[in-house]
Design a binder for this molecule. Structure first.
Ligand SMILES: *[C@@H]1O[C@H](CO)[C@@H](O)[C@H](O)[C@H]1NC(C)=O
Ligand SMILES: *[C@@H]1O[C@H](CO)[C@@H](O)[C@H](O)[C@H]1NC(C)=O
Length: 701
């Protein structure tokens, strides 16, 4: 309330307090005027006084411990292990198994998780239909040409275009069932959403493709999902698809659909490898086949779009620029915006024009990643150069932060008008809320921006495998340094990581999530699915978390691969690998050891671009493959690695004693990398089992 008292100070001098007395019934014209002024000012203050936001639950108890017996009921039958079937019958067994680190949202009445926020919206398709009912001919998707205002496509138009597109897909041989995968390879634009919805209208599933996947992962995904049809934005993207078909590595691809115009030459080239090329509108004109209007059965679990007192309205506008291929952005669009009949405006596709797009669109909702908020923070601080203005800024921020901690979130205080006005105008001047996710944000930046932007800033935490979100900060919680409490659709527990000295009984451990929003597995990959999902249906995130006393979760670490050598030294192989990667001839490296051995060994993939020349400089000539077999080359690589390791401060037990040179790169396609380009350690170990044991037996002798 401190800013409020500042406001009152400013108002008070204008109040004719002295001339006002209740006992004096004879009012002079001047005192009448005074009375009127007081009354209107009081009324003004009563209407406009800052009201604290009422949080939907006690902020000191945002989550509650779950009685694990109740949670078992929510497991899908195929996820129930036999021990749980027992547990359900014998309640006492469960009480013994009770896990105090398992918590759920305090917004729930009991331990039953929320599956659907609205009973009639169980799928993405339903959510859009709900928006259509609310908003009908009102704007849905917006786009703009350089320097022009936004143009809008209405909900009705989007639904109609999507239906036509969907039936066009059927005419092209796609099957109306969730096993039918359609690729979309394009940046964010209205056609992306229309294509996605077109697929959902006929129960097909969408596979988003994006440039950073890299060519190998792309081919792997296309084959895994047996994709025959890919929707692209322009010819260059489609050409990269065609190249794979020409090389014969994506045999199932038979149709490319483009948003933009394309050349006749391209059509010819595609024809030569039996790929049909169509423009999106052509798909609209396909005669629909017989089996139409299947109700969409695509079951995607819901995420709660409104947390307690905070609700998304039809007037809300969000800016779309984060990659649609990621769950975060799609959840925002579908669950928050479309489900409520709100609007989404797309950026022009050029991140350097984003600020101009924002000023034009004037969004009320700005989804961000911490990197962007850090840039805004740096920019604000960088723009105030004079010491006086800097002092004023910091003073104003402190006053606003004090007000925030009493629950008042506003953008019309004196400080907003004096100091923060320009900053807010740069973001369109209409912001109601911001959501940051995908990486932790610094508490300093978060608190600073909450004060300067004068709007709600939520922080969320999750991953694609739990449909983007599993915890979310509570409306009204101004504090930073945590990721909020579990969403009403998720249960979160912590699991011991003895190697890293984290124990659930001390309130920290690996974050595990369970509930209707947790995925069912990776496509055609039972093995990896069982690595991510345990037999009780808990998703193991690999992040290390800690419960805070007020029921919020703090992310404190990432689970690392750690093991002990036989003499008792702890080894973190990824740290050592990162050091060895700096060696010129090394492209990829895997460091191995275990508690039965006293030293480390490595599997090294030499960099094909430099390896032959690098060896030649050392007087050894041969092909890439030959060099990998050459013991002298191996010795030279080992020496180079140990020198780099020493320089980087690796201890002697952290250095590899022997290595195996492998000519073929670890990739997603050969199963040695995850789609996010991390080593699949267990698989690498298995594949190189023979080399590993031979190195240990040789060196031991
Ligand atoms: C202040 O916030 C309200 C919504 O809470 C919004 O309508 C208004 O445009 C905002 N003003 C500025 C300057 O951001
Ligand atoms: C919740 O607890 C954390 C750690 O104790 C603290 O930093 C934060 O301010 C608390 N939040 C609220 C709303 O009290």
């Amino acid at each position: 309330w401190s800013t409020c008292s500042v406001t009152r100070c400013l108002l008070l001098p204008t109040l004719p307090v002295s001339s006002f007395s209740l006992s004096s019934l004879s009012l002079s014209p001047s005192s009448l005027l005074g009375l009127g002024a007081l009354a209107s000012l009081t009324a003004y203050w009563l209407v406009y006084r800052p009201r604290p936001m009422r949080p939907p639950c006690d902020l000191q108890a945002q989550s509650v411990a779950v009685d694990v017996s109740a949670s078992l009921v929510h497991l899908r039958p195929e996820q129930r292990s036999s021990s749980q079937e027992c547990a359900e019958v014998f309640d006492t067994v469960v009480l013994l198994q009770g896990d105090p680190s398992c918590r759920r949202s305090a917004l729930l009445k009991d331990d039953s998780l929320l599956e659907f926020y609205y009973d009639d919206t169980r799928t993405f398709y339903d959510m859009f239909q709900r928006g259509l009912r609310i908003a009908g001919d009102c704007p849905c998707l917006g786009y703009r040409k350089p320097g022009q205002p936004y143009q809008w496509i209405s909900y009705t138009e989007v639904a109609e275009k999507a239906r036509l597109l969907g039936s066009g897909l059927l005419a092209k041989g796609c099957q109306p069932n969730p096993q039918q995968f359609v690729g979309i390879f394009a940046p964010n634009r209205p056609e992306w959403v229309i294509s996605e919805l077109g697929c959902y209208t006929y129960s097909m599933a969408v596979v988003p493709l994006y440039d950073t996947l890299g060519p190998e992962a792309m081919v792997h995904i296309l084959n895994m999902a047996e994709i025959s049809l890919v929707i692209c934005d322009r010819e260059e993207k489609a050409a990269s698809m065609l190249e794979n078909k020409e090389k014969g590595v994506t045999p199932t691809l038979s149709c490319l659909v483009l948003f933009n115009d394309f050349s006749d030459a391209f059509v010819e080239r595609a024809k030569d490898c039996e790929v049909e090329v169509l423009k999106l509108e052509q798909l609209h004109r396909m005669p629909p086949p017989e089996l139409l209007s299947l109700p969409c059965a695509l079951l995607i679990s819901s995420l709660v779009s409104s947390q307690g007192s905070f609700v998304i309205r039809q007037e809300d506008v969000s800016i779309s620029y984060l990659p649609l291929a990621h769950m975060f952005e799609r959840m925002i669009q579908v669950v928050s915006m479309f489900c409520h009949g709100a609007r989404v405006g797309f950026y022009q596709g050029d991140i350097s024009l984003l600020m101009d797009d924002i000023k034009t669109l004037k969004p009320t909702f700005f989804p961000v990643v911490p990197r962007l908020l850090n840039r805004i923070y740096d920019k604000i601080l960088g723009s105030v150069t004079s010491p006086l203005r800097r002092a004023l800024l910091h003073y104003a921020v402190r006053r606003k932060q004090a007000e925030l901690s009493s629950g008042v979130v506003r953008n019309n205080s004196l400080w907003d008008k004096l100091v923060f006005n320009r900053i807010q105008a740069n973001l369109g001047g209409n912001l109601r809320f911001v959501l940051t996710a995908s990486a932790p944000i610094s508490p300093t930046v978060l608190s600073f921006l909450r004060a300067t932007l004068g709007c709600l800033i939520f922080e969320g935490y999750g991953q694609t495998e739990c449909t983007a979100g599993c915890t979310f900060s509570m409306p009204g919680d101004w504090s930073a340094g945590h990721v909020g409490a579990p969403l009403p659709c998720a249960m979160v527990k912590l699991v011991d990581i003895p190697d890293m000295n984290y124990y659930a009984k001390n309130g920290d451990g690996e974050i595990c999530v369970q509930g209707p929003s947790v995925f069912r597995g990776y496509l055609k990959d039972a093995e990896r699915t069982s690595e991510a999902l345990d037999s009780d249906g808990w998703l193991h995130t690999g992040d290390v978390g800690q419960w805070l006393p007020n029921g919020t979760l703090r992310i404190i670490d990432r689970k690392k691969h750690i093991f002990k050598l036989s003499q008792g030294e702890y080894i973190a192989p990824e740290k050592i690998e990162n050091v060895y990667m700096r060696c010129v001839p090394v492209l990829q490296v895997f460091v191995h050891g275990d508690s039965l051995q006293s030293f480390l060994i490595g599997i090294v993939v030499p960099d094909p671009e430099v390896f032959v020349d690098w060896a030649k400089d050392r007087g050894i000539v041969g092909s890439h493959e030959e060099l990998c077999q050459n013991p002298d080359v191996k010795k030279a690589v080992l020496e180079d690695m140990r020198a780099v390791g020493k320089e980087a401060g690796l201890k002697s037990f952290e250095q590899v004693k022997d290595l195996h040179l492998h000519p073929e790169t670890f990739s997603v396609a050969n199963g040695l990398l995850t789609p996010t380009m991390k080593s699949r350690r267990a698989d690498i170990r298995r594949v190189f089992q023979e080399q590993i044991s031979s190195m240990y037996s040789k060196t031991a002798i």
